[in-house]
Design a protein around this ligand. Sequence first.
Ligand code: HBI
Ligand code: FE
Length: 290
Amino acid sequence: MTTAADSPDTNTDDCTIAQDWEAYCDRDHATWRQLFERQSRLLVGRACDEYLAGLDQLGVCADGIPDFRKLNDVLGKTTGWQVVAVPGLISEAAFFGHMAERRFVATRWIRSPEQMDYLQEPDIFHDVYGHVPLLTNPAFADYLQAYGRGGLKALRLGALDKLARLYWYTVEFGLLHTPDGPRIYGAGILSSRGESIYCLDDRKPNRIAFDLKRILRTRYRIDDFQETYFVIDSFEQLMSETAPDFAPIYRELAGLAEIEPGDIQPSDTSVGGSFTDRGSATKMQKKGRG
Ligand code: HBI
Ligand code: FE
C-alpha cells in the first residue's frame, strides 16, 4: 500500500496527486472486490436506476480498483466530469474549487480488510463506488457543479455550516421517490451495507419530502445511521429548487432555530414509508422528543 507521500508529484496548490493505479497491491484489489460484490448484490432493487446505469456505463466492476484514466474517458464523453485523486480530506476551498469545475476529488487509498464495515474518512470505495456513477447523470452532474459554486460562495458568506447540510442530506444520504417506493442515491448509503438496508427497511427513520430551507436548518449525525432522510422527486427537482441565490435564504434562516436530526416539523410531508410499506405522501404528526 503506497501513501501520498510516496507519490513525488503531489501538487500542493490544488491538493491533487497521481492515482498511480499500478501501485495498488493484490490485497487492495481483493478488498475492492469483496466490497463491490457484497454491496452490488444488496443494491439491486434498492439503489436508483440512474445510479445502477452509471455503474454499468463506467464499467465499475468487481475486477478491482477502477483506473481513473478509464473512468475519465467515459465521463469526458458524457457529462464532462473528471475524477482526480487526492491523498484524503482536503480543504473546503480546494474541495469546492474542483467541484465548481466538474472535477470530483476521490481519495486514492482503500480501507484495510479490518475496516470493511466502518471507517471515519472517505476511502476510494466510498468516493468512487458511492459518488462517481451518478456523475454520468446530466441533471445530477449539473447539480453537483452548482453545489461546488455555491460552496465557494458559502465560504465567503460564512454560511458553510448550513450549506454542508444540503450536501449531507442529498449527495451523501439522499433518497429518490419512485412509483415502487424510495430508492437510494446518496453515496454515504450506497457505500454502506448496513445503511443500505436500514434507510429503506427500518421503520425508525423519518422519510421527509425534500424541502430546501428545512434541510439547511437541520443538523446531522456523522457517527451513526441517519435519523431523517430527505426524499426528492427527481434530480431535475434537486437542480431547480437549489438554483436561487442562497444569500437571502441564509439571512432568513439566521433568525430561526436549528432542527435536531430526529425531530419532525408540522410542515413536514412524509414520503413512502418503509421498504415494505408503499405509503404515499402524508402530513407527519409532530413526534416530539423522548
Ligand atoms: N475532501 N477529499 C475530500 N472529500 C470530501 O468529501 C470532503 C473533503 N473536504 C471537505 C469536505 N468533504 C466537506 O467538509 C464538505 O462538506 C465541504
Ligand atoms: Fe462522500
